[in-house]
Write a protein that binds this ligand. Structure first.
Ligand code: AP5
Length: 241
């Protein structure tokens, strides 16, 4: 695929964004920009951003827009990130508007928003069973994607950990924040770029979900290359691909 990918993967906590992101970046040759991963790295390295983010993250609250927007725009400015998949961003209307403004000014609109639909009652089991290999970010699930040896990373044999915010308690806050602050982001893109939205049933086997995403993204690219460029009449800060 020669065209640049500018994708977002969207969905509630533990919807499977990270899991499916790995498939997307491998197949579509784009860079995975996960704000959760960037922030966790900043916390570990005790950078200024990390110090500001830590308490918010542990409670399951959103990190303030003024902290996270700069991190993402700086990443997007790097030439090696021109083909990207954003995972976990934007998560508020302010973030969506800042992203659209930046992409619009650069003439590089989004070309797909993958929306993973997963019922809330499924999320708790996914989140409480998740285990992570911290150095690599490799993710497992005790039931749905178990490591070969319990509690150990398949590649290195090192210990797996549980994220500090992967508790039933923090999930309540994360879900409340998702519904209040992040769902409006989907409405924003549905208004300004309706053709970019790819609705996916995320309550299936991981491989089936990947097939659906792959088919949907391939189709969107074909539609795009066969259609004339669209113009945006809805909002001066918004972009239509
Ligand atoms: P972030 O790391 O982005 O967390 P999240 O959005 O809550 O998403 P998760 O990483 O928890 O889940 P996921 O959808 O990637 O699911 P996964 O594939 O791992 O953000 C963490 C925090 O950082 C936020 O709470 C906030 O504080 C802060 N933050 C980040 N971005 C921010 C922003 N833009 N603005 C402000 N603050 C921000 O899957 C979960 C588990 O389920 C795994 O164990 C997996 O194996 C399993 N699984 C996956 N798919 C399936 C399936 N189909 N069937 C069964 N099991 C499955």
């Amino acid at each position: 695929m020669s065209e640049e990918c500018r994708f977002i993967i969207f969905g509630p906590p533990a919807a499977g964004k990270g899991t499916q992101s790995k498939n997307i970046v491998e197949n579509f040759k784009c860079v995975h920009l996960s704000t959760g991963d960037l922030l966790r790295q900043a916390v570990q390295e005790e950078t200024e951003v990390g110090k500001q983010a830590k308490e918010f993250m542990n409670k399951g609250d959103l990190v303030p827009d003024e902290v996270i927007i700069g991190v993402v725009i700086d990443a997007l400015k790097k030439p090696q990130n021109s083909s990207f998949l954003l995972d976990g961003f934007p998560r508020s209307l302010g973030q969506a508007e800042a992203l659209s403004k930046y992409l619009n000014e650069n003439g590089t609109p989004l070309n797909a928003v993958v929306n993973l639909n997963v019922p809330e009652d499924v999320l708790e089991e996914r989140i409480c069973g998740r285990r992570i290999h911290k150095p690599s970010g490799r993710s497992y699930h005790v039931k749905f994607n178990p490591p070969k040896v319990e509690g150990k990373d398949d590649k290195t044999g090192e210990d797996l950990i549980q994220r500090a915010d992967d508790t039933a308690e923090a999930l309540k806050t994360r879900l409340a924040n998702f519904n209040a602050q992040t769902m409006p982001v989907l409405e924003f893109f549905k208004n300004v770029q309706p053709n970019s939205i790819l609705e996916i049933d995320g309550n299936k086997e991981m491989d089936q979900i990947w097939n659906d995403i792959n088919d949907g993204l391939e189709t969107k690219f074909k539609e795009k290359s066969n259609s004339a460029p669209a113009t945006n009449v809805a909002c001066e800060n918004c972009v239509i691909s």
